[in-house]
Ligand binder design. Structure first.
Ligand SMILES: Nc1nc2c(ncn2[C@@H]2O[C@H](COP(=O)(O)OP(=O)(O)OP(=O)(O)O)[C@@H](O)[C@H]2O)c(=O)[nH]1
Ligand SMILES: [Mg+2]
Length: 289
């Protein structure tokens, strides 16, 4: 039996969350075309007859500009600290020197697989250039080109991961998918829709907290708060006559119902909490530890 922790690292937008979802076959992590979508370490567990892999999706590596960013980078650190294997993910079109500097600074003491993502939108010459570039980097044990989106190369990646996995007994029960509570996933699904529906600074000034989750006879009643930093942002979230927040509620509810396999009544409220992203107590209250 093999079992171990495999952490996915990379810059914002490399496709880490898309890859976690592909490898686990579940939509555990939210995905958007915008950078800095993921803010937490999200574990996804895959259990087979002869192995258990505990994947960790992490926030994209950045230079912190406010306390929320610092919390996000602590999530990266924690995933680096207990990894048995690192999965370094890059977008095939990224600046190679920059990404090399970031990976070198992780100070990894475990083997690393360099996965070159989004090959569905690169030509063979670029793919070769990237593989050549990382070929002589000491921290790279193996290079695998793939597309997290269409699944090309992910079977080869899985084989390589199992090869590096240490011998050991499983850490989790066979039917466990993650270590996070349902409320977390519900809040994340609402946050994903905010990333998809709103532009500019809105997604970055916003967080979501589920403060009621009640099983009723025929449905689940969920009440969630959307936290913003300014009154004007509250207006944008609501939209004219509440049009935008109704759209948000409908989009989020569909995903939540699919995730829970049950009908959901979703109530959304918007609250203004000035500078919550730099407030230690509020960050804690909103789940950023
Ligand atoms: N064409 C293509 N797009 C991809 C691929 N993988 C991910 N994407 C897209 O890239 C964007 C970012 O994907 P995410 O999975 O959210 O990226 P991430 O690395 O988790 O980003 P952060 O959470 O912000 O660090 C989304 O629009 C994905 O659909 C791929 O293999 N091919
Ligand atoms: Mg992500």
């Amino acid at each position: 039996m093999k079992a171990g922790f495999v952490s996915i690292f990379g810059r914002p937008n490399a496709g880490k969350s898309t890859l976690l979802n592909k490898l686990t076959g579940e939509k555990l992590a939210i995905v958007s075309p915008k950078v800095q979508t993921t803010r937490h370490r999200i574990k996804g567990i895959v259990t087979e007859k002869d192995h258990q892999i505990i994947f960790s999706d992490t926030p994209g590596i950045i230079e912190p500009r406010y306390k929320l960013h610092e919390k996000m980078m602590l999530a990266v650190k924690s995933a680096a600290a207990d990894a048995d294997l690192a999965l370094l993910l890059i977008d095939v079109h990224e600046n190679l020197e920059e990404v090399n500097a970031i990976f070198s600074s992780l100070g990894l003491k475990v083997p690393a697989i360099l996965a070159v993502n989004k090959i569905d939108k690169a030509d063979a010459a670029r793919k070769d250039e990237v593989i050549r570039f990382f070929g002589d980097k000491k921290y790279v044990s193996e290079i695998i080109p793939l597309s997290a989106l269409n699944g090309e190369g992910t079977a080869a990646l899985l084989q390589a991961i199992i090869h590096y996995l240490p011998e050991g007994e499983p850490f989790f029960e066979g039917d466990e998918l993650s270590d996070l509570p349902t409320r977390f996933f519900v809040a994340e699904m609402i946050r994903e829709k905010i990333f998809l529906l709103y532009q500019d600074e809105i997604p970055y000034h916003t967080t979501v907290i589920v403060n009621e989750f009640k099983q009723k006879s025929t449905l689940i009643k969920i009440r969630a708060e959307i936290i913003v930093q300014r009154e004007t942002q509250k207006g944008i979230l609501l939209g004219e006559g509440g049009k935008m927040i109704r759209q948000l509620g409908t989009d989020a509810r569909k995903d939540i119902e699919a995730f829970l396999g049950q009908k959901v009544f979703l109530e959304l409220f918007v609250k203004v909490r000035p500078k919550w992203r730099d407030n230690e107590m509020m960050l804690k209250e909103y789940g950023y530890h």
